[in-house]
Write a protein that binds this ligand. Sequence first.
Ligand SMILES: Cc1cc2nc3c(=O)[nH]c(=O)nc-3n(C[C@H](O)[C@H](O)[C@H](O)COP(=O)(O)OP(=O)(O)OC[C@H]3O[C@@H](n4cnc5c(N)ncnc54)[C@H](O)[C@@H]3O)c2cc1C
Ligand SMILES: *[C@@H]1O[C@H](CO)[C@@H](O)[C@H](O)[C@H]1NC(C)=O
Ligand SMILES: *[C@@H]1O[C@H](CO)[C@@H](O)[C@H](O)[C@H]1NC(C)=O
Ligand SMILES: *[C@@H]1O[C@H](CO)[C@@H](O)[C@H](O)[C@H]1NC(C)=O
Ligand SMILES: *[C@@H]1O[C@H](CO)[C@@H](O)[C@H](O)[C@H]1NC(C)=O
Ligand SMILES: *[C@@H]1O[C@H](CO)[C@@H](O)[C@H](O)[C@H]1NC(C)=O
Ligand SMILES: *[C@@H]1O[C@H](CO)[C@@H](O)[C@H](O)[C@H]1NC(C)=O
Ligand SMILES: *[C@@H]1O[C@H](CO)[C@@H](O)[C@H](O)[C@H]1NC(C)=O
Length: 488
Amino acid sequence: MGRLAIATALLALFKPAFVVAQLTNYTSTCISIASAISSASNVYYPYDVNYLSDISHYASSSAQNSTCSVEPGTAEDVATILQIVGRTKTPFGVKGGGHIMNPGYSSTPGVLISMTRFNSVVYDSSAQTAAVGAGLTWDSVYSALEPHGVNVVGGRVSGIGVAGYTLGGGYSWLTNQYGLSLDNVAAFELVLPNGTIINVTESSYPDLYFGLRGGYNNYGIVTTFTLRTYPQGQVWGGQLIFLGTDVVDQVNTATANFAANVTDPKASIITTVDFEGGVILASVLIFYDAPEPPSGIFDEFLAIPAFSSNVSTRSFLDLIQVEPTETSTGYRGYYNTVPLQEITPSILQLIVEQAQYWGSILSGDTENLISYDIEPLLPTILDHGSPSAYPPTRAQRFLPLNIYFSWTDASYDSDFYNAIVASQENITLAAMQEGQSEVGTAPRYPNYAIYNTPISYLYGNSLSTMSQLKARYDPDNVMGLAGGWKIY
Ligand SMILES: Cc1cc2nc3c(=O)[nH]c(=O)nc-3n(C[C@H](O)[C@H](O)[C@H](O)COP(=O)(O)OP(=O)(O)OC[C@H]3O[C@@H](n4cnc5c(N)ncnc54)[C@H](O)[C@@H]3O)c2cc1C
Ligand SMILES: *[C@@H]1O[C@H](CO)[C@@H](O)[C@H](O)[C@H]1NC(C)=O
Ligand SMILES: *[C@@H]1O[C@H](CO)[C@@H](O)[C@H](O)[C@H]1NC(C)=O
Ligand SMILES: *[C@@H]1O[C@H](CO)[C@@H](O)[C@H](O)[C@H]1NC(C)=O
Ligand SMILES: *[C@@H]1O[C@H](CO)[C@@H](O)[C@H](O)[C@H]1NC(C)=O
Ligand SMILES: *[C@@H]1O[C@H](CO)[C@@H](O)[C@H](O)[C@H]1NC(C)=O
Ligand SMILES: *[C@@H]1O[C@H](CO)[C@@H](O)[C@H](O)[C@H]1NC(C)=O
Ligand SMILES: *[C@@H]1O[C@H](CO)[C@@H](O)[C@H](O)[C@H]1NC(C)=O
């Protein structure tokens, strides 16, 4: 409070335009925003409770201390904020659920725009859509829709934000049936970089409907997602945990068989191979979109002796909360990805070797977790939507292997960066050598790809259209002041 009062007094001594040009920190921008926004919105400073939750992220390495945070409560206030940061050239961040694993993508030393007040879910039973606020996590959305017996295509574990997840792609338990999350958006309410508020649908703004689906914050800030809804009853699934290399080998065989043989779109799994505390373990999240699965599909997994298991008939919300992922745990973390054509026994074997290799090399450094998520999906998942920035081609779907390294001590950031890049390169080369020839050039999933990945690897042939869109809707590069995958 004292600091704010002094700053306000100082500001009063100068003409605002002069102050804006001269100050070397961003406090004056915070003050301008605070005085321009409506009572639906607030600015917060370090040590306010709201400030601390605004800047928190799932990975502590993705967080930064901002000069202030602002929680806009209306799209008009988002417009006001964008106009002020644009005019003052103040770095800013846009945060949804705060789950991106790249530093600076939804954080900033300047003004952090936290979307948390866009928190409503409005179900329209006649249109079969739900208007969902950009500040929500999927947990809240599933919870609000459950009484209506409907659901949307969203996150597979607890805590993930609707906004970044949907704007980057969205691989869901329901993707085999209905496609990516970005293929299930009927409309985006978007605040353009110049402050104009529009409703983007496939017919109203086909260009932005293409670009926003994969393009994150490059074209403005989304305040509401209108998502298609589907009937949803109880589901069957949960988590199985397996310990030891012999058992993990059996899990790998079952995973390869599932990936190669299962064609029922209601069935889905994620197999995770972890190296933690000197031990290899596998966990499998299994999902079937009915109260009981048909026999056969999961039998091979269920026959392997599990260390623990909690598979049952449950609500969709309960199923995703099997894996809690709250923010502010203090763990640092990066993701990286390999777009696989196939999930083969040899790649699964290599993943175990890689987990052991990097786990042992890095084990002396700092408490850590080395983890690989294997995500089989049907070949037809991209048939459910029209062209979008990501994926740049729908001729073939690739399976996003999710590599996850986590540690505690910030002085090892570069070691873990180098390791997760080396592991991605190793698996890419091995896949190509066994005949998966397109893996080296296939689109990498932007929600998993590590920072410094050239954007052409994410967007491929979409890039030229995305750049034209950028020139059309953000000629002054206001959104370039925010972090993320940047289009020029
Ligand atoms: C534990 C965990 C589990 C995951 N599981 C899955 C999964 O099952 N499937 C899957 O596909 N992905 C998954 N992911 C990846 C996830 O999709 C990305 O991390 C995603 O970006 C998170 O969205 P967010 O809103 O939480 O992120 P944030 O960090 O808040 O934002 C990510 C990016 O989106 C931008 N952005 C945020 N809000 C807006 C907005 N309103 N308008 C414009 N731009 C905005 C930000 O500026 C930032 O660049 C998982 C991630 C984690 C950490
Ligand atoms: C930032 O600027 C404000 C005036 O707007 C001033 O009061 C404050 O001391 C400055 N802070 C730093 C760290 O320079
Ligand atoms: C933010 O500032 C606090 C207090 O100075 C400090 O303890 C913390 O490490 C900082 N966080 C980041 C992410 O820099
Ligand atoms: C945007 O368009 C969708 C789909 O037509 C509609 O359901 C929604 O109400 C519109 N939103 C606004 C704010 O106009
Ligand atoms: C698929 O199913 C067949 C027949 O059940 C089985 O022999 C085979 O090993 C399975 N896996 C693969 C990868 O084809
Ligand atoms: C089962 O579910 C709980 C949450 O309900 C979770 O914490 C636990 O790790 C899960 N997994 C297993 C294998 O028990
Ligand atoms: C990848 O790593 C494995 C060990 O995990 C090693 O045997 C192999 O030679 C490496 N491959 C490449 C192409 O570097
Ligand atoms: C903002 O940009 C849009 C799209 O380019 C344009 O239609 C609109 O007129 C602009 N608004 C202002 C106030 O300049």
